[in-house]
Design a protein around this ligand. Structure first.
Ligand SMILES: NC(=O)c1ccc[n+]([C@@H]2O[C@H](COP(=O)([O-])OP(=O)(O)OC[C@H]3O[C@@H](n4cnc5c(N)ncnc54)[C@H](OP(=O)(O)O)[C@@H]3O)[C@@H](O)[C@H]2O)c1
Length: 289
C-alpha cells in the first residue's frame, strides 16, 4: 500500500508510539487523547454510510479501499474498546472488530503498538442491543465481548453466549441511556473508546454531546438511491439520522489523502441550535435576549 499523504495536522495531543511501518503508512504521527470517544465512518460523496440489504456496506462504499481498512485497523489498535450497535453486528456476519479482523497483513505491527501502549492484545468489543437480537454464535463474540442490554434482552440471550462474554443490564425494556453506558465503561477503566456503531447509535451519542471526534473517510463515489422515499429500507445517511434544528460545529484536526479518498478528522464542539433567520441565537442558557 502507498502511504497516505498528510495534507494538514493541527498537532493536537501527544503522538502515539507507533511502530515505524504504521507511522510511515499513516503519513505521520497519530495523535490521540488518553480519554476520548471517537467515531469512524466512511461515506460516499452524497453522504451515504449504509445500504440496506448489502452486508458490510462500508467496504462497498469505500470501494474496498485498502487505506480505509488500514486507518480502521490502526484506530482499533489504539483503542481500549470498540463500541457497536446490534445493527452493525447483524450487518457484519463473520466480522471481528479487531485490528487483524480488517487488516491481517499488518497484525504484528498492531500487536506491537498495543504492547507499547500497555494494552491487552485485543480491544474490548462492546455491543449495544435493547432487544438482545444478536446471533450468539457470531465470530465477533469469540475473543470475548461485553453485551449491554435490557432485562428483556438478557432473558433472550441467557445461556446462549460464549463463556468469554459478559452481559450488562442497564435498563428494563426500553432503550439504554448512552450517557449512562459511557459512565459505566469509563468506570470500568476504558478510557479511549472507538465507536464503529451505525447511524442509530451515533445519532444518540451526538445528541448527548458525547462524541469527541469523528474520523471520516470521504470515498470518491456517488451511491444514489431514493432515500427520501424509502427512509427505513433504503440507504442511510448520517445527517439524515440527526435531529433537525440542531447543528454540530466541528474543528478540522487532520486531513490526509490516498488517491481520490480523503481522510478527515474532526473534533466536535458540542451540539447547538440552528440560528433562526436573521441572526445567531443567544448562547444556550445565557438568559440574554
Ligand atoms: N459507513 C460506515 O462507516 C458505517 C459505520 C458503522 C455502521 N455502518 C452500517 O450501518 C448499518 C447499521 O446501522 P444501524 O444504525 O442499525 O447500526 P447501529 O447503530 O450500530 O445499531 C442499531 C441497533 O443498536 C441497538 N441500539 C441502538 N440504540 C440503543 C439504545 N439506546 N439502547 C439499546 N440498544 C440500542 C438496537 O439493537 P436491537 O435492535 O438489537 O435492540 C438497534 O437496532 C450497517 O449496515 C452497518 O454496516 C456503516
Amino acid at each position: 500500500m502507498e502511504p497516505l499523504q498528510r495534507l494538514y495536522d493541527a498537532g493536537a495531543y501527544e503522538p502515539l508510539p507507533l511502530p515505524e511501518e504504521l507511522e510511515r503508512l499513516y503519513g505521520g504521527p497519530l495523535r490521540l487523547s488518553q480519554q476520548g470517544l471517537y467515531a469512524n465512518f466512511v461515506q460516499s460523496i452524497d453522504g451515504v454510510v449504509a445500504i440496506a440489504s448489502v452486508p458490510s456496506p462500508g467496504s462497498v462504499i469505500s470501494l474496498h479501499s485498502e487505506a480505509d481498512r488500514f486507518v480502521m485497523a490502526l484506530l482499533r489498535a489504539a483503542a481500549e474498546a470498540v463500541l457497536i450497535g446490534a445493527g452493525t453486528l447483524r450487518d457484519g456476519p463473520g466480522h471481528q472488530w479487531t485490528p487483524e479482523g480488517i487488516d491481517r497483513q499488518r497484525a504484528g505491527a498492531y500487536a506491537e503498538l498495543r504492547r507499547r501502549l500497555g494494552l491487552p492484545p485485543q480491544p474490548r468489543l462492546v455491543v449495544l442491543t435493547a432487544r438482545g437480537d444478536v446471533d450468539p454464535h457470531h465470530p465477533g463474540f469469540e475473543p470475548g465481548a461485553l453485551i449491554v442490554t435490557t432485562e428483556l434482552g438478557a432473558e433472550r440471550l441467557a445461556g446462549a453466549l460464549p463463556g468469554s462474554c459478559e452481559v450488562l443490564v442497564l435498563a428494563g425494556d426500553q432503550r439504554i441511556d448512552v450517557g449512562e453506558l459511557l459512565v459505566v465503561l469509563r468506570g470500568g477503566g476504558l478510557g479511549r473508546i472507538l465507536s464503529e456503531a451505525g447511524p442509530t447509535v451515533t445519532r444518540q451519542l451526538l445528541a448527548g454531546s458525547l462524541l469527541d471526534e469523528l474520523f471520516l473517510t470521504q470515498s470518491p463515489v456517488l451511491i444514489g438511491g431514493e432515500r427520501a422515499a424509502r427512509p427505513l429500507s433504503g440507504e442511510a445517511s448520517l445527517p439524515g439520522h440527526l435531529p433537525g434544528g440542531t447543528r454540530y460545529p466541528a474543528e478540522l484536526l487532520s486531513a490526509g489523502r490516498h488517491g481520490s479518498h480523503l481522510f478527515l478528522r474532526y473534533r466536535f464542539a458540542g451540539a447547538s441550535s440552528i440560528p433562526p433567520a436573521g441572526g445567531e441565537p443567544s448562547p444556550a442558557g445565557s438568559g440574554q435576549a
